[in-house]
Design a protein around this ligand. Structure first.
Ligand code: PAF
Length: 270
């Protein structure tokens, strides 16, 4: 497996399968890489902790960095190369890098967009830059960050002329045996409090089959009973993340904080 840091070395991977990450690879990322390998195309993984998607008060400095393990994991899962660009490669001084206009699903739902107002600007900017540099045929994103997945799909379909036939594939969330969604941030949960995080999974399960209002109030109550700080616990249209309507797919989405660790999760609901 090659480790690449310069733009010129990316050329052989044009038209391949691309998995962008911020490193600290866990089983969720590894499933993305294995799904990418199953496409039969050469797999390029990127590892870049993108400062532009963190607000000053967020956890950029404490975000886990584990490059040696990440390279070993990517190689085991079938990556042909890992692109580890410097900040200067992604955001070259004095050269303007295209900032894609944000699609409605990045600004209107009042979910991550409301609680992390800088986030989708940073994500779309870096993903657009990575797509420009790597020119993949297909790219893989985890369903755990459901709104991010919808934002990337919308960005790509609004700019089909820029990235050709690029296809975005969502990959299901990998969970611990007890149901906690894997996240690079789980390492910051205190052992003694970790069981309280399971309220998120219980809340998502409880929402299934209820009316929107009943589901939202049941989820909120379950989270509050475990002393989580709730940003949102809502049921939305699964694609637009606007208000749900009966005959279109719906998704329950939660963001809550425990031990100062912000956790997000989601599930389809009927
Ligand atoms: O989901 C992530 O890890 C990041 O937001 C991404 C898509 C790699 C962009 O930095």
């Amino acid at each position: 497996m090659q480790v690449i840091s310069s733009i010129t070395e990316l050329q052989p991977f044009t038209g391949g399968a691309f998995v962008p990450t911020m490193g600290a690879l866990h089983a969720g990322h590894r499933l993305l890489i294995r799904e990418a390998s199953a496409s039969g195309l050469p797999v390029l993984v990127s590892v870049f902790v993108n400062p532009a998607q963190f607000a000053p008060h967020e956890d950029l400095d404490s975000y886990p960095r584990t490059l040696e393990q990440d390279l070993a994991a990517a190689s085991e899962d079938g990556a042909a190369a890992v692109f580890v660009p410097s900040a200067e490669t992604i955001y070259p001084d004095g050269q303007s890098v295209w900032s894609p206009p944000l699609p409605a699903v990045a600004t209107e739902p009042r979910l991550e967009d409301a609680y992390r107002p800088h986030f989708f600007g940073g994500v779309c900017g870096v993903v657009a830059r990575l797509f420009d540099l790597t020119r993949p045929a297909v790219s893989f994103f985890g369903e755990k960050d459901w709104q991010q997945l919808k934002v990337i799909e919308a960005m790509v379909s609004a700019h089909s002329e820029r990235w050709g036939e690029l296809r975005i594939v969502g990959v299901s969330t990998v969970r611990e045996p007890d149901g906690l969604a894997l996240s690079s941030r789980n390492v910051h949960l205190l052992d003694k409090d970790r069981h309280r995080a399971l309220a998120i999974q219980r809340a998502l399960r409880a929402a299934d089959g209820l009316s929107q209002a009943a589901a939202e109030s049941a989820m909120t109550q379950i989270l509050l009973d475990s002393d989580l700080v709730v940003d949102y616990a809502v049921v939305r249209n699964a694609d637009t993340l606007g208000q749900p309507c009966d005959d279109l797919p719906k998704r329950a989405l939660i963001a809550a904080t425990l031990d100062g660790v912000r956790l997000i999760d989601n599930a389809p609901v009927g």
